[in-house]
Design a protein around this ligand. Structure first.
Ligand SMILES: [Zn+2]
Length: 284
């Protein structure tokens, strides 16, 4: 079975603050290593559980989506990294051949409190992202896109908030709560050296359960209508960019309605709004 592992940074064991996940923060090299070690725990568990192939995809949006350390990542996987990916951006490597999706180091959605570094796609640009009137986070995009391809989400690691949110949509999913959020940048963490065996064990169980057919892909189909609440009113550049672009309706100066036939394009269109304030940038 091919296993797809999406790795983000905000939900990595031991990390609680924005400077922990920023190249300009403290100890970024060490924190990259912590991220890589959580990923390695999931990779190790996946192979123990019966995976024949593991594809890891980087989802943390700094340094052009190149944060995992290639010198210490488990040599048995392949890694999708770098910006400008085709398809559903940070799900570019997810296809119908995968048997299960794991979300490692993920975080709660925008509007969550508490929730360690909770946001949806862009903390600085988006106040809230909703689908059909319900607030959604990155795991929702992933679970729905995976469902469109017939692939279930089986595991999430992060704080208790992302765990609850994934289980609300995918009640069968295993969770590894590596930290308890107290606020937006505080919490009680399990030391990574103890969190990693928890991730490994859960990943092995997840693949075994996937092989046993215990998971259901989500049965959600487009077309989709999203609402994105912007933190800053749309400026001249964003207005000019969105004018005439299919799938975008600037309903108010801080509210954009985005429509898409499927989640591949839906994710791209919502993500585009995070940089649509740059003059002349209409590619998404
Ligand atoms: Zn991230």
């Amino acid at each position: 079975m091919k296993v797809f592992i999406s790795v983000d940074m905000e939900g990595i064991s031991g990390l609680v603050r924005w400077p922990d996940v920023s190249p300009t923060g403290i100890d970024f090299e060490r924190n990259r290593q912590l991220m890589t070690q959580d990923a390695n725990a999931a990779i190790e568990g996946a192979f123990q559980g019966g995976a024949t192939e593991v594809v890891v995809e980087e989802n943390h949006g700094v340094e052009d989506l190149c944060v995992l350390r290639m010198d210490t990542i488990d040599e048995r996987c392949t890694v999708i990294r770098g910006a400008g990916r085709p398809g559903a951006t940070t799900m570019a490597g997810l296809d119908a051949d995968a048997g299960v999706v794991m979300l490692i180091g993920h975080h709660g959605r925008a509007g969550s409190y508490p929730g360690i570094m909770a946001h949806t796609i862009s903390y600085t640009a988006f106040k809230l992202v909703s689908l059909a009137g319900q607030p959604i986070g990155e795991p929702d995009f992933f679970a729905i896109r995976a469902g469109e391809l017939g692939v279930p989400v089986g595991l999430v690691s992060g704080d208790q908030i992302v765990a609850e949110q994934v289980q609300a949509r995918c009640p069968w999913a295993d969770t590894v709560i590596v930290k308890e959020a107290f606020g937006r940048e505080s919490g009680e963490v399990i030391p990574p050296v103890r969190a990693r065996p928890m991730i490994e064990e859960a990943a092995a169980r997840t693949v075994r359960r996937a092989l046993a057919g215990e998971y259901q892909p989500l049965d959600v189909r487009g077309p989709y209508e999203f609402e994105v609440q912007l933190r800053q009113p749309a400026g001249d550049a964003m207005r000019a960019n969105l004018d005439g672009l299919e799938g975008f309706d600037l309903a108010e100066d801080t509210r954009v309605v985005v429509t898409a036939p499927d989640m591949d394009l839906g994710f791209r269109r919502v993500a585009y709004l995070g940089y649509a304030n740059q003059p002349g940038v209409t590619k998404h």
